[in-house]
Design a protein around this ligand. Structure first.
Ligand code: IPD
Ligand code: CA
Length: 266
């Protein structure tokens, strides 16, 4: 199936799911349960939105696999798997901060970010009305307009986004790295939605983004958008992005920032 058809499916379902999330947000949101730690939460809307996406994909693409944050994985027979975060930025969603997203990507190969190849992805922020899309080799778009990373800048002029883990020991370490990086860059942003952090690099709203302990659904679609917009998206050294580490930036800045993060003990 052409990548553009896969993207059309991802985008249609992400927009539908985004509309549901926006309605639930307007009605009021409560924490349904906590997950890996007391600050890692899920709402009923996360579960309901994932169910909408899973049902829609099962009917549109019955032979493909599924891997979602809230309802787990199911292998398919086609070699393609849909990687889904129904609401990325759940804490923003809970507090009514209009910066959260539905993230849907379709990948080929094992559903493992170290080896998969992403074919198409859509990241929809229903609260801002922004839809980021990309297909492998086909470019990246914001609401249908082609997007590109910002031009190269020195580290001292870079606006760098990051995010923090849910585990408190990991957060202490991340705090120390940020303390070392902050005096060397234009500024730091912690916006709370990894998929949108990647899309913001893609459209030049930030110069770089890095994070540790991300899950595959947090970066599957956003990483493709960033790559297609001209960013380098990588893990440490010559590894692909994974739970270990992800860094996305204009290619020259990637080298400079990775060197500094390694020096700071990322
Ligand atoms: C989280 C967000 C956040 C990032 C965390 C993710 P969730 O996803 O993307 O920005 O810092 O690492 O887990 O839990 O809101 O889907
Ligand atoms: Ca989520």
């Amino acid at each position: 199936m052409p990548h553009s058809d896969l993207l059309a499916t991802a985008q249609r379902i992400a927009l539908e799911a985004g509309a549901l999330a926006l309605r639930r947000r307007a009605e009021g949101v409560e924490v349904a349960a906590s997950k890996s730690s007391s600050v890692d939460i899920v709402t009923e809307a996360d579960r309901e939105t994932e169910k909408l996406i899973r049902d829609a994909l099962a009917s549109a693409r019955p032979n493909d696999g599924f891997f979602g944050e809230e309802s787990g994985a199911e292998r398919g027979t086609s070699g393609l798997t849909w990687i889904v975060d129904p609401i990325d930025g759940t804490v923003n969603f809970l507090y009514g901060i209009p910066h959260y997203a539905v993230s849907i990507a379709v990948v080929e190969g094992e559903p493992d970010p170290l080896t998969w190849s992403a074919l198409a992805g859509a990241v929809v922020n229903p609260a801002s009305g922004e839809t980021f899309t990309a297909t492998a080799g086909g470019g990246a778009f914001l609401n249908g307009e082609r997007i590109h990373v910002a031009p190269p800048v020195d580290l001292s002029e870079a606006l760098v986004a990051t995010g923090f883990a849910y585990a408190s020991e990991e957060r202490s370490r991340q705090g120390r790295v940020i303390a070392g990086l902050l005096p060397q860059v234009r500024d730091i942003r912690r916006m709370g939605t990894a998929s949108l952090d990647l899309c913001f690099v893609a459209c030049g709203r930030t110069n770089a983004y890095f994070e540790r302990t991300l899950s595959p659904w947090d970066h599957a679609a956003g990483a493709l958008v960033a790559i297609e917009a001209g960013a380098t998206v990588k893990g440490l050294g010559d590894r692909a992005p994974s739970r270990d580490f992800i860094l996305a930036a204009e290619p020259k800045l990637t080298v400079r920032l990775e060197r500094e993060l390694v020096r700071l003990g990322i």
